[in-house]
Design a protein around this ligand. Structure first.
Ligand SMILES: [Zn+2]
Length: 258
């Protein structure tokens, strides 16, 4: 994992909770700092009034590596497939609604289901990686994260001829380390901003209402086409696409990294 670290020295004051003000040596002004993952603060000395410190700053904090919204339009995303029972029906609904979506597929689900991925691409949808196994990647070592992403990407490329630039971690579980490894493999980490929680199977109408209640321009909407009975999601999809269009939203795809 590469990161260029910049080291500075100065003094902290007004330290409270997760924020503080920091004044570089040689500067008369202090500025606010908000330590987060990727920032390392090393305390060098402590007096009753001042914390002396050296700190390093990762130039790619998690917030810049992980995205959950787009600039304009809305994106429909489907996780956990491909699935022989539900993915074809989802594709049918998308085709009849004439809208594009992004499928985040589980690498280990691909064997024997290549035609479903071929159909996704042929019908204009994006295909991203949901990792090789549906496991929490933040629990993985660096090598395990890299292996999961590379293996899935290679399996997808063998089917589609395209190196995917899209990664969604299972359960949305991520940290800056996982996102950085994905970035080094050419994949942007995408979460979501609207969660219909369709896996609760609350009924097709409720799935639609949950989306319409939360949606705004720039939304990335999370739905599922695998790991459970998705017949309610299938039933909700046509009405969702119609309602979004009626409200003036453009249903679009996720931006690629380049
Ligand atoms: Zn998932």
């Amino acid at each position: 994992m590469s990161s260029s670290l910049s080291f500075c020295s100065g003094v902290f004051n007004e330290v409270s909770g997760t924020s503080a003000r920091f004044r570089h040596f040689g500067s008369s002004k202090s500025k606010p700092v908000h330590p987060q993952w990727g920032n390392t603060i090393v305390l060098c000395g402590l007096s009753d009034r001042i914390l002396w410190a050296v700190f390093s700053t990762n130039p790619n904090p998690a917030s810049e590596l992980v995205r959950s919204s787009i600039e304009t339009g809305v994106v429909l995303t489907f996780d956990d497939g491909p699935n022989n029972d539900h993915t074809p029906a989802i594709l049918d609904e998308l085709a009849s609604s004439e809208v594009q979506a992004c499928f985040f597929v589980v690498g280990s689900h691909l064997e024997g289901r290549q035609p479903l991925v071929e159909r996704m691409v042929a019908e204009g949808h994006q295909v991203g990686s949901h990792g090789w196994l549906h496991e929490r990647h933040s629990n993985y070592t660096d090598d395990q994260v890299g292996s999961s992403l590379a293996k899935t990407s290679e399996a997808l490329q063998a089917i589609t001829g395209i190196a995917t630039e899209l990664f969604r971690p299972p359960y949305g579980d991520h940290d800056a380390r996982v996102a950085e490894i994905a970035r080094e493999l050419g994949q942007a980490t995408w979460l979501w901003s609207v969660d219909a929680q369709d896996w609760e199977e609350p009924g097709a109408e409720e799935i639609e209402h949950r989306i319409l209640d939360q949606v705004q321009d720039g939304a990335v909407i999370l739905l599922h086409d695998g790991r459970g009975d998705r017949s309610q999601t299938v039933a909700a999809l046509g009405p969702i696409a119609a309602s979004l269009t009626q409200r003036g939203f453009t249903i679009t795809g996720l931006p690629e990294m380049t």
